[in-house]
Each structure stands twice: as structure tokens, then as C-alpha cells.
Ligand binder design. Structure first.
Ligand code: ADE
Length: 235
């Protein structure tokens, strides 16, 4: 799978992509990530990527031309993208199902916005969708693009190796994960649940399922309601 990211801060993207699960996936050739400096697609001497907003008001707006030129470059040098995602706080709220959908694509491009905003034509005439990672404003879309890529990459077959497959984790079943414990069995007077050392695997499985349900009910009533609705529907 191929990802391309367009940003004015390519350095912000390089270090995180070199580490951990994503770094390993790149090193193993399971994914390919292209990082493109938006300023390389400007045509003026000062490599300007923003301009004043029509209608007035504070702040600057990112110009459309460099984004369109960057995507044209990606199209011709990297192949036709299946999705072009603008990261934006007013996009659709990103969730597990979006990651699962995006990994069915072969090529995904991320456009990272900055400043007060991005010229709306980038969203309406270039991006195929806009995604937000939550109801707060980051200083730019780079951290959001990294979060989206990370969530996608863990779902690519072969990426997670011996660790539990991404599909078994929280959210794919609509429940939070059960609690985990490791040694010591008693830490600062806090023992682990007896059932985990009893050796009865069926009981451990049942306990984990019950705990996942309890934690979801207590911590995320919204997910719990959706889970119950789904359970009621005939498959
Ligand atoms: N850019 C700035 N804030 C963002 C957010 N919450 N999600 C995605 N992109 C963003």
C-alpha cells in the first residue's frame, strides 16, 4: 500500500514514520510512504503557500494551486490515488471503520492544512474526503495524518507480526479492550484478578469478554449503546 503526504513541514513527518510499527512496515517493504514539501509546488521565488482571505478577517488561507500541483505530481509519478484525504478539524470524525475502509485502497494521499484554513476548493474539487481526528484544533494536519496512517497500517495483513492482529483489538468489535496485567502478581498491595492465574482458559476468555463489556458500558456509553443495537439486529 502506498501513502503520500503533502505538507509544509516534511520534517515533522519523517521522524515519527521512521519508528515503531510504521517504520518497520516501511523497512519491510509492506508500505511505501512518500513525503512531499508543499513549497516545492509553488512557482514564485519566495515559495509562498498562503494568502489573505477574500472578504477580510484575521489569519491567512492556504492557496489552492500548490495542493493541486502536488496531487498532479503524485498522479504522474506515483500513480492514480484511490483516496485524497484532507486533514481538517471540520472533517468527518475518523474512526476504526474509516481505517478499515482506507486500507482497502492501494494509494491514499493526505493533504495537511495549516494556518486559519485551506482554500475551500481544495476540499470541494481535489480531496475526495476530509477527516478530523477529534473535536480540537491542532496547529496543523500533520499529526492528524500520522494518526490516520498509523491506524491504517496496523490493519494491513503481515504488519503486526506476532503481536495480536489489529483486527482483534478495541473498536473492531465495537468494545473497548479488556484490562491487561503482567508481573508482579501483587504490585503496591494491588493483586491481579485470581482468574488470570487459575489456568482455566475458557474462564479467562469469559472474564475478558465480561470485562470488555463492563468497561465499555462504564467508560463509553456511546459505544455501548451502538454495540447493543448491533447485537439486537439479526445478522
Ligand atoms: N487539523 C487541525 N486540527 C485537526 C483535527 N482535529 N483533525 C484533523 N486535522 C486537523
Amino acid at each position: 500500500m502506498q501513502f503520500d503526504i503533502v505538507s509544509i513541514f516534511p520534517g515533522m513527518l519523517r521522524a515519527p514514520l521512521a519508528e515503531g510499527v510504521v517504520g518497520r512496515a516501511i523497512a519491510r517493504g509492506l508500505i511505501d510512504v512518500g513525503i512531499h514539501d508543499l513549497r516545492d509546488f509553488t512557482t514564485d521565488r519566495h515559495r509562498v503557500v498562503d494568502d489573505m482571505p477574500f472578504g477580510g478577517g484575521p489569519g491567512m488561507v492556504m492557496k489552492p494551486e500548490p495542493f493541486f500541483a502536488a496531487v498532479e505530481f503524485i498522479r504522474s509519478h506515483r500513480g492514480e490515488p484511490d483516496a485524497i484525504v484532507l486533514t481538517s478539524p471540520d472533517g468527518d470524525r475518523f474512526a476504526h471503520r474509516d481505517a478499515a475502509r482506507l486500507v482497502t485502497a492501494r494509494r491514499v494521499v493526505f493533504l495537511c492544512g495549516r494556518y486559519e484554513g485551506v482554500d475551500e476548493r481544495v476540499r470541494t474539487h481535489l480531496a475526495t474526503e476530509a477527516l478530523s481526528i477529534g473535536d480540537y484544533v491542532l496547529s496543523g494536519g500533520e499529526i492528524a495524518a500520522l494518526a490516520l496512517i498509523d491506524a491504517c497500517v496496523r490493519l494491513i495483513p503481515g504488519v503486526m507480526g506476532k503481536e495480536a492482529s489489529g483486527a482483534e483489538e478495541s473498536f473492531s468489535e465495537g468494545l473497548l479492550e479488556y484490562p491487561h496485567f503482567t508481573r508482579p502478581a501483587v504490585f503496591e498491595g494491588q493483586p491481579i484478578p485470581d482468574i488470570l492465574t487459575g489456568g482455566d482458559h475458557a474462564k479467562v476468555r469469559a472474564w475478558r469478554q465480561a470485562e470488555a463489556e463492563r468497561l465499555t458500558r462504564e467508560r463509553r456509553p456511546d459505544l455501548w449503546a451502538a454495540y447493543q443495537n448491533r447485537a439486537k439486529k439479526p445478522k
